[in-house]
Design a protein around this ligand. Structure first.
Ligand SMILES: [Zn+2]
Length: 224
């Protein structure tokens, strides 16, 4: 399978036309803690991380979502299923990664899950290039993951207020929903994942205080 060239914006809110309307994978703070969903097209039972929620259309498995997009766009957007893999982090811990292909962007993600199938820890994503085949895309994603796993950004802090400190002046991670805190407080609460470690908003704030008085730049890596 070779991925077609796509003209859609890759970031939410910039997609313009109806073909690529709002869609996201997995639960978010806006959904609440949804469970036990099935695909609206084929009735296949879906784990949290497998569900594509499409505004105004419903919830779909990856295969049905790809079929719908292919029909709408009259282009074979492709579908890719990759079995989980186990990789070692820099501390020698084995970590299991699951994969999800999103035909809308198109991109392939690999991520860790907790026992309730919430995303936790490491997550990596690459975007497909026009003409790239599935095996090459998987290879590129695995290379990105292995490189990141071998280059930790955090180190033990030695401080009592927080467990980890940044190794350098640049740190890269993911903003996720803290579902437990969101339920408890009744408002969206972020959780920050760096190097496979998940930090509450408060703990991340304490880590930032190591740089109290510094200016900073916040850059979201939508196309990384
Ligand atoms: Zn389906």
């Amino acid at each position: 399978m070779a991925f077609p060239e796509r003209g859609c914006g890759r970031r939410g809110g910039q997609n313009g036309g109806h073909l690529f309307r709002s869609c996201h994978q997995g639960p978010s703070c806006d959904d609440g803690d949804t469970v036990n969903e099935t695909c609206d097209a084929c009735a296949y039972p879906l784990q949290r991380h497998e569900a594509f929620r499409v505004l105004g259309e419903g919830t779909f498995c990856g295969r049905c979502w790809a079929q719908r997009l292919s029909l709408e766009t009259r282009t074979d957007v492709g579908h890719l299923e990759v079995a989980p893999v186990v990789l070692e982090d820099s501390d020698g811990n084995e970590r299991q990664f699951h994969f999800m292909y999103n035909p809308r962007t198109p991109s392939l993600s690999m991520f860790e899950l907790d026992d309730e199938h919430h995303e936790v820890g490491f997550k990596f994503r690459v975007y497909a290039s026009a003409g790239e085949d599935g095996a090459a895309l998987v290879g590129r994603l695995l290379a990105k993951a292995r490189a990141a796993l071998a280059s930790p950004q955090l180190q033990p802090s030695g401080a009592s207020r927080y467990t980890y400190a940044f190794r350098g002046d640049v740190v890269q991670g993911w903003v996720r929903c803290d579902l437990a805190a969101t339920r408890e407080r009744g408002e969206s609460v972020p959780r920050i994942s760096i190097d496979g470690h998940d930090f509450s908003w408060e703990e991340f704030g304490r880590m930032l205080m190591e740089h109290e008085g510094w200016p900073f730049r916040l850059l979201f890596l939508g196309d990384e």
